[in-house]
Design a protein around this ligand. Structure first.
Ligand SMILES: [Fe+2]
Ligand SMILES: [Fe+2]
Length: 149
């Protein structure tokens, strides 16, 4: 669920981190929440038409944040010998690659690619959490939390 935001286009909304995005693993949920807040910061910068140099720095920071989160999840998977680790890790890799490409397009043509890039961010954030990450969290239920993130 998202809430409307005041913006010139009238169709860009911030991500609302609600119960539908909780997977039931405290560390993963906490990291997703932090990522949602970070994504919203970028969305606000995009809507405010922040200058390109600043946006580029912001995109790099978000990309690093997402990369760290994916690495943390992959470490948890390995620690618990999660059988779907290769598939999940491959999805992470593809998402990072796509995210990088979208950012590149937005930086090339802010007006034309903005709404598409935002839709992409919403979609991958919610879909990946509600499918791959939820499946991982189900697998981890009942296992001791011995992560070192
Ligand atoms: Fe994941
Ligand atoms: Fe995740």
């Amino acid at each position: 669920m998202t809430s409307k935001n005041q913006n010139p286009c009238g169709r860009i909304a911030l991500l609302e981190f609600n119960a539908s995005l909780l997977v039931g693993h405290p560390q993963i949920d906490q990291e997703h929440q932090a990522l949602a807040a970070h994504i919203n910061e970028i969305l606000q910068e995009l809507m405010a038409r922040t200058d390109r140099e600043h946006l580029s720095t912001s995109f790099d920071a978000l990309f690093d944040h997402v990369s760290r989160h994916f690495s943390n999840e992959e470490r948890i998977m390995l620690e618990h010998e999660y059988p779907d680790t290769p598939v999940h890790a491959l999805r992470h890799k593809k998402l990072l690659s796509e995210l990088h490409e979208r950012f590149r397009c937005v930086m090339g043509s802010l007006d034309e690619d903005l709404s598409e890039a935002i839709s992409f961010i919403y979609d991958w954030f919610t879909f990946h959490i509600q499918t791959s990450d939820a499946k991982l969290a189900d697998f981890l239920k009942g296992k001791p939390e011995n992560t070192s993130a």
